[in-house]
Design a protein around this ligand. Structure first.
Ligand code: CO
Length: 291
């Protein structure tokens, strides 16, 4: 990978890290969920970068893929465990990073995903398998008495692409992709008090274009025109202009113009923490772009 490319990944990573820290500081009891989401997304634009996906802000047993709806009236409450997952890009080069804010008393749960990530990063170098990275994650989480979320994974990144090989598991599997110099990927351990597996909720706020075949229904066409400049990156229902979207969006999913990302949750009443960094594999280890 040439220096120019590394520089772009570093620039988006630096912005993502800074804005994520600010967002985490804004989360306190009584603060508005919608305000936090909108202010973080606005800060990315102020920094001259793009959003690689809507800010994910997922509470308690919800592990991923929640974000604010247009009229979201939720306020942060005492006891909440809030995951902020931010994707920023410069010219398509993506930084994906996440942290957890604890409004309760769960320091060990947060430490589990934090230390899992740190230990995982230390294993990364050419020739190591993704399964070995997952084993490091699983070990750090389980030795603190929690479960890793086995059906969520880290993922490779590319220009305007947020999910591609390699897959980085959160548990020790045999085999897996052998890491190579120049690979760019996110590692994202989730620690849970629940079952260690997430399922889909009915709440759906995040979508992504997966086809450019023509659309006939006017309200659906309006949506496709509105999201064209996303270049295939995910968008929020909240970003769309028109109220008819509630009918048109499921239709576009059915016709496979759009992919939908339902909220993913562990069992009711459980708590999930998450930490995530993006990194580039280099000859003797890796560069973490999102510190
Ligand atoms: Co990610």
């Amino acid at each position: 990978m040439d220096d120019d490319l590394i520089e772009k990944y570093r620039e988006s990573g630096w912005i993502a890290a800074k804005v994520l820290r600010e967002g985490a500081q804004a989360i306190r009891v009584g603060a508005s969920y919608l305000d936090v989401v909108e202010s973080v997304e606005a800060r990315v634009a102020e920094e001259g970068a793009g959003l690689a996906f809507p800010l994910n802000l997922s509470l308690n047993e919800d592990a991923a893929h929640d974000t604010a709806s247009g009229g979201d009236e939720r306020l942060f409450a005492k006891g909440d465990v809030a995951k902020l997952d931010l994707g920023v890009h410069i010219d398509g080069y993506i930084a994906d990073t996440a942290t957890t804010v604890d409004l309760g008393t769960n320091p060990l749960l947060l430490e589990a995903s934090y230390e899992a990530l740190e230990h995982a990063i230390r294993t990364v170098r050419p020739g190591v398998s993704a399964g070995e990275v997952g084993a490091a994650i699983q070990h750090e989480i389980e030795r603190r008495g929690y479960r890793p979320v086995a059906n969520l994974t880290g993922h490779g990144l590319d220009r305007f692409v947020i999910h591609r090989p390699p897959t980085i598991p959160n548990v020790g599997i045999t085999g897996g992709v052998i890491l190579e110099e120049g690979m760019v990927f996110a590692i994202e351990p989730f620690a849970t008090t629940g079952s260690g597996r997430v399922g889909e909720k009915t709440r759906k706020e995040i979508y992504q274009q997966i086809s450019s075949k023509p659309v006939r229904i006017p309200s659906a066409r309006l949506i496709m025109e509105h999201i064209r400049d996303r270049r295939g990156l995910p968008f929020a229902r909240r970003w769309l202009p028109d109220k008819k979207t509630d009918i048109a969006l499921p239709g576009l999913v059915r016709t496979q113009h759009l992919h939908v990302y339902p909220v993913l949750a562990d069992v009711t009443g459980s708590l999930v923490s998450q930490h995530e960094h993006t990194l580039i594999v280099i000859v003797d280890g890796c560069i973490v772009t999102t510190r």
